[in-house]
Design a protein. Sequence first.
Length: 415
Amino acid sequence: MLEHAAHLLILLVAARLFGRLALAIGQPSSVGEVFGGVAVLFLIAPFSDDIPLLQNLVGGPVMEIASEIGIFFLLLYTGIEMQPKEISDHSKQSFAVAIGGMALPLIFGFAFAWMMLPESAWKSTQALVVGTALSISAIAVAARILMEFDLLHKPIGEIIVTAAIFDDVFGLVLLALVTSMISIGHFPGLTAILFLGLKIAFFFLTTGAIGYFAYPWIWRQVAKLPIPGARLSGLLVFGLAFSLLAETLGLHFLLGAFMAGLFFETGRVGEETYARTKTVIGNVTLGFFGPIFFAYIGCNLDLSAVFAIPGFLLGLLLIAFLGKLIGGGLPAYWGGLTKRHALAVGVGLSGRGAVELVVASIALKAGVFTIANGDHPILSHLFSALVITAVATTLLTPVLLRWGLRPATDRPSKR
């Protein structure tokens, strides 16, 4: 037990320290938390064999369990942040931006991986993992950058955030397909796809109906219970129950956590319940489980991908950026935005975040990258390449937006 506590302590301190450093230089804290895990991997883990308390520091069972819980809380909190009513403004234009911004990197990412990966029964699954990872946009990254430029509540900001919301929902559906392919080892046939579609529809209809119709009555009753933390327990019960339903249907549990949080809004649960519970979930997620999860991802990073497969890594980076820039920017331009603002929309969607790392980590834990032809150089370094892509796009997005939006009236206001 003592060594497990020591492992969590080291990882948490490293994640928070590097997360704070990332914020100090204008980057999302999650990027710094990943680097915190990298620091543990390269600066502390090499000495773990000589110190009994640090043995199995990287890849130990407690770390893995904590990271799984971190995924649950991250998606629960993401759902709470993604209020359905916020999707209504600019929804038509944002939907077109989201479709383009998701479809282009998905298609080109899949095609590029299919062309580069070795032949095997798992090739389609591996290629879909790559395409899905590249199609994700991070709401938290986009929102933070837009707040920096005072654009969050202007049309360009609303389009970017709403499109990122749609992208995350689409990403979760794609994740369900990836999870199904991981379980059977190949792209499902037409019957299996239809059956998967029915299961996805059943899941979203069931959880959506409960969230939309039953949440108001349930939370009124929960608020009356003379039990400390009843609201928090109630939300966790729904998150775990929805997650269990997702797993039972052959989907991934994080879909349940996401849906439990999505309908947890003031209109259904009350302002007091929403505010208090969101604060607690946010503190637990952003203060402990989130940093542990991102640092755990960093602990799995192998920088040799930069030297072993530089061409493949460069291809991922180009698809990640150009896919969002063209796929999201063109619909924004066709929808009435100026060229500069349309480019800003594409750039704003380029930052990746938790969901892409979740997709990569799920595939890694399932052995998708090693189960067939695992000694192939690209497969051996594919997880590292995806994490590097996520970090690089998140780092470059605010830099490019700062450059692109600096002229004219879009310059951030001075305070």
